[in-house]
Write a protein that binds this ligand. Structure first.
Ligand SMILES: Cc1cc2nc3c(=O)[nH]c(=O)nc-3n(C[C@H](O)[C@H](O)[C@H](O)COP(=O)(O)OP(=O)(O)OC[C@H]3O[C@@H](n4cnc5c(N)ncnc54)[C@H](O)[C@@H]3O)c2cc1C
Length: 379
């Protein structure tokens, strides 16, 4: 069996490792160049991502990722201003109920991407933008790329994220609905703000402060093991600036209505808007956003794909943001989809299920579990 994966994001790379580990021929096509595009620096990983990574990645990769997660996060702390000072005045357990995260750890996204790319140098082709696909009479699928090249396989997987070109052609009724909200997300080196006392105050758990209509969420990532040490021990083949330069940080997130963001589009312009909002919340929060790395600031568009009725299984299938958008936990769902699709394709290769039956059972589970989870988070 040969599998083409469109998109070298969290889901596509997890799937590629899983298929390779199972001895299945896989090629990944990614529109961007290797350095990728900014997607923020912080990811909250819960049991779904960790389980998928353990199932799909070689053991050295898993050890490297686990060694470079932040400390355990099992509650969200409520911050308030008490006599002018920030104080923790409550906690909400991270129990996975609607609107609440599951327990987990914070991950450093560029470092994770570097680890996921390690070992896939011959599998991922960068600068390859899929424009369309065609299903052939023998049931195989040909992917066509903007540079005029093409490739044919038994299965085509859309792991091409929110703007999925595969989804547009395959499920044209699926629509991304913009919720009209943006989350301004950024990060500040921990060393720049340790004197504020906030990192000690909140520890490893995330914290939120609400002030009128404005809200900020914060989280500290202190690497369990310095990334360079972890790479030396667990994954010597991993290298690159993402590992050499990774350092402890405080992430911050400020939800705003799209109309408040105005025309700000560049990381620097978004950072300037974030500075203005944070300064109104509390001087310490203002100073944390002031000291941020401007270039990792990102305006995350909050959107949804309304759940679709079931469609018949074919040799084209979808994982992750290409088929469902989950604010705050989409990466976890993308990696879990990757694991489940890998398991389904292995069943087909081993003759336990025919190919379309295996893809159909993956899609049934994905729809049954992820569509309600996404709807719950919207509520
Ligand atoms: C700022 C921010 C913070 C987030 N925080 C969290 C968090 O804490 N926890 C969490 O679980 N999730 C989080 N998410 C969501 C998470 O990032 C996504 O859900 C996840 O990346 C989806 O993975 P994916 O593999 O489906 O798509 P992506 O990771 O988006 O990958 C899609 C890939 O496909 C490529 N591509 C697109 N079109 C084409 C084409 N036509 N041809 C070839 N390649 C193509 C893209 O360049 C990209 O590399 C966050 C997102 C953002 C933006």
């Amino acid at each position: 069996m040969r599998v083409i994966v469109i998109g070298a994001g969290l889901g596509g790379l997890t799937l590629a490792h899983g298929l390779r580990q199972a001895g299945i021929d896989v090629a990944v096509y990614e529109q961007d160049e290797p350095q990728g595009r900014p997607q923020g620096i912080s990811l909250h990983f819960d049991d779904r991502a960790i389980t998928a990574l353990r199932a799909c990645l070689p053991s050295g990769h898993v050890a490297m990722i686990e060694a470079t997660l932040g400390g355990p996060r099992n509650a969200t702390q409520v911050l308030s201003e008490v006599d002018g000072e920030l104080a923790v005045t409550g906690t909400r357990p991270s129990d996975g109920s609607p609107g609440r995260a599951r327990p987990g750890h914070q991950a450093h996204r560029p470092l994770l991407r570097q680890v996921l790319l390690t070992g896939l140098e011959d599998t991922v082709r960068f600068g390859a933008r899929l424009t369309r696909f065609a299903t052939l009479a023998d049931g195989t699928v040909t992917a066509h790329f903007a540079d005029g090249s093409s490739d044919t396989a038994n299965v085509l997987v859309a792991a091409d994220g929110i703007g999925s070109a595969v989804r547009r052609q395959y499920l044209p009724d699926a629509r991304v609905v913009d919720a009209g909200k943006r989350v301004l997300m950024g990060a500040t080196p921990l060393r720049a703000v340790s004197a504020t006392g906030l990192p000690e105050l909140i520890g490893d758990n995330p914290a939120t402060l609400q002030c009128g209509d404005a809200m900020i969420a914060l989280g500290v990532l202190r690497f369990a093991t310095p990334p360079l040490d972890a790479a030396r021990q667990w994954l010597p083949a991993a290298n690159g600036a993402a590992i050499a330069e990774a350092e402890d940080f405080v992430m911050w997130a400020l939800p705003v209505a799209q109309d408040r963001l105005g025309a700000a589009a560049s990381p620097d312009a978004i950072w300037q808007r974030a500075r203005g909002i944070a300064a109104d919340l509390h001087p310490t929060l203002g100073s944390i956003v002031d000291a941020a790395w401007p270039d990792v600031t990102f305006a995350h568009r909050v959107g949804v794909i309304p759940p679709l009725p079931p469609w018949p299984a074919t040799a084209v299938t979808l994982i992750g943001d290409a088929i469902h958008l989950a604010p705050g936990f989409g990466g976890n769902l993308a990696m879990r989809d990757a694991q489940r699709l890998r398991d389904a394709l292995v069943r087909a290769v081993q003759g336990e299920q025919d190919l379309l039956g295996a893809i159909g059972s993956y899609e049934d589970t994905m729809r049954r579990e992820n569509f309600p989870a996404v709807a719950g988070s919207r509520a």
